[in-house]
Unconditional design. Structure first.
Ligand code: M6R
Length: 607
């Protein structure tokens, strides 16, 4: 929800921190700030607004020459986005940047009798004061952070400087991500690897309770009690270009364009003897054949991918799938035990609600599988088994390639399960594997190549105040995601309905000014979809069909986008890409900031 980065070394720290903040802006972009040691003193610059504003301020000061600096880009939780609420926060000798939420900040402030000392409305400033009081008492930075951490409830990744320890930056984490980046000319702490990829691929992911100190000379890691520990150094497989816009105007479009490659990269290593398999991920056919029920828990777009899993699993394997919203899951005492398999789907692998659901399922003894994009993320580390998608870094707040790759992987997983349960033959598994690995990337590519047609459709509908999406079966679940994509980036109100449900109330909202996008990829449901489209058209509603090329809708629709001819099994996923492009064009035509929609952040590490 916020991004933090720190660097201590022999090179320009301000430049590195600013670079890192730009790549962390996807985590929050309502205010930003940096703190740097300059000639043994701490200098801070912070402001409401984006990183560019802080950059401008630094330029106006004539730059900040420093070899040790840290920065923050914020998504406000406590206290409005404002200069005073921006990080870093300074209390006494302690300078703090924070990602997370300190839940007991009000109690702590009262205990510390802190009212008079606090300048902002943030929970972070109370954490800074807590650390500073400990530091004042013990004079030892690691001890002080460990002592203060015991008092803090909630989640945090901290970057900490102490004014009397120039050249050092300390880190601590609980339930929010923090890595150490190791480079030849200095060391980093950061919320994630993308922030330092330009300088190094070597990193160490800290675990909950751990602390660290970085300086120009090296790094140290400590356990929760302050004892030094050693941890394995990992090497990132992403390169710096993957996290840059390349020649594209927006990350969102670049990421849609990467879908065909991302699907291939994810599925190809899992094809053995012509058939997709998950044994290398630690999931063999015995485990799959024994699966009696699957519970999928996720948030937002990842949950919509879970709904696709439900469709394919129930159809192909006759395994009941329950898809749950992660933020609801643990509060309703879910029925889950050692006989169950629980799958968490998450692009970032850091979503707080999904992580909490995973931990609850593990407590209850369920087998846990994570479908995650970010390697080494917390959810990936804590699940019993992890299936990685290889979509590469997804920077735009609106999830696109992560979703289509999740959907493709889940279909592959359902197919392998179906084979393990012998509800499909090996020959059929091989045929479907080829459809997934070859036809799907090709069909997706073809849709991307016809973006201009979707732009024309966008021109018809971009000024609408409300847009509905309808579909049946898998198309209904794609409609859910298409609708979320539209509202997230274009700010048009939108709702998705199972097409047959419209006449049970929602039809009253249809007017000539309320267009509907109708998804129709299932031939067995064509007739029923036609009835639903006619119900809309006869009430003056305009319909745009995203459909199979043989969908017989005649002039009941105002316009249509014919999906490339491909196996019906994958057509809903191909339709999803078309809807992403439609939403993108609509948002651009409305002048929206598609990569950073208002009020949102990419990685939701608060509950
Ligand atoms: O990183 P995750 O996949 O766990 O994120 C879950 C949701 O926050 C995310 O999918 C969100 O809904 C997207 N911004 C939607 O485009």
């Amino acid at each position: 929800m916020c991004g933090i980065i720190g660097y201590s070394g022999r090179s320009d720290a301000t430049g590195r921190v600013i670079d890192g903040l730009y790549s962390l802006e996807y985590r929050g972009y309502d205010s930003a700030g940096i703190a740097a040691f300059v000639g043994g003193e701490v200098k801070t610059v912070k402001s409401e607004g984006r990183v560019a504003r802080v950059c401008e301020m630094i330029k106006n000061f004539g730059g900040i020459k420093s070899n040790c600096a840290m920065g923050h880009t914020r998504w406000a939780t406590h206290g409005a986005p404002s200069d005073v609420n921006s990080h870093p926060h300074i209390c006494g000798k302690t300078v703090l940047v924070h990602n997370g939420i300190i839940e007991n900040y009000a109690e702590l402030a009262a205990e510390l009798d802190a009212k008079a000392d606090l300048l902002s409305q943030t929970d972070t400033e109370v954490a800074a004061l807590t650390i500073d009081r400990s530091y004042f008492e013990c004079g030892d930075p690691i001890k002080a952070i460990a002592e203060a951490s015991k008092k803090l409830a909630g989640s945090y990744a901290f970057g900490i400087m102490f004014a009397d320890l120039p050249g050092s930056i300390f880190g601590a984490k609980k339930d929010s991500p923090l890595i150490i980046g190791i480079s030849d000319d200095g060391n980093f702490i950061a919320s994630d690897i993308t922030a330092v990829l330009k300088y190094t691929k070597k990193y160490i992911a800290l675990s909950d309770g751990e602390m660290c100190r970085i300086s120009a000379d090296g790094y140290e890691i400590f356990d929760a009690l302050g004892a030094p520990i050693k941890k394995e150094i990992c090497t990132a497989t992403w390169n710096a270009e993957a996290a840059e816009r390349g020649g594209y105007d927006h990350f969102m479009y670049k990421e849609i364009a990467e879908e065909p490659t991302a699907i291939k990269k994810t599925l190809a290593p899992r094809v053995k003897g012509g058939a997709v398999a998950f044994a290398d991920d630690g999931i063999d056919d015995i485990m799959l054949s024994e699966m009696k029920k699957l519970t999928v828990v996720a948030c937002g777009t990842a949950r919509h991918a879970g709904l696709i899993a439900k469709y394919y699993f129930e159809r192909l394997c006759r395994v009941p799938v329950c898809v749950d919203i992660a933020s609801e899951f643990r509060y309703r005492d879910p029925i889950i035990d050692a006989d169950d398999t629980l799958m968490i789907i998450s692009q970032s692998g850091e979503t707080a609600d999904s992580l909490a659901a995973l931990r609850l399922a593990r407590e209850r003894g369920a087998k846990t599988v994570a479908l995650v994009n970010v390697i080494g993320s917390t959810i990936a580390r804590e699940a019993d088994t992890v299936i990685y998608t290889h979509a590469g870094p997804e920077i735009a707040v609106a999830s696109t390639k992560a979703y289509t790759v999740q959907a493709a992987t889940l279909l592959a997983f359902a197919l392998r399960t179906a084979y393990a349960k012998r509800t499909i033959s090996f020959e059929e598994l091989k045929r479907c594997t080829s459809v997934l690995t070859s036809e799907l990337p090709k069909a997706t590519e073809s849709v991307i190549g016809r973006s201009a047609e979707l732009y024309e459709a966008a021109r018809k509908y971009f000024s609408a105040d409300d847009i509905f999406y309808i579909g049946r079966g898998a198309d209904g679940y794609i409609a859910d995601e298409a609708s979320l994509k539209l509202k997230e980036i274009s700010y048009i109100h939108s709702e998705a309905y199972a097409a047959g449900e419209l006449k049970h109330g929602t039809l009253s909202l249809i007017t000539p000014k309320t267009p509907t996008v109708a998804l129709a990829t299932r031939r067995s449901l064509f007739e029923k979809m036609m009835s639903n489209i006619r119900e809309i058209a006869s009430r003056g509603g305009k319909v745009f069909a995203v459909c199979a090329d043989d969908f017989p809708c005649g002039d009941a629709v105002e316009a249509r986008f014919d999906l490339p001819a491909c196996d019906e099994m994958i057509m809903p996923i191909v339709a999803a890409t078309a809807c992403q492009i439609l939403a993108y064009h609509i948002a651009i035509l409305r002048g929206c900031d598609v990569d950073k929609p208002r009020n949102l952040a990419k990685s939701v590490t608060v509950e």
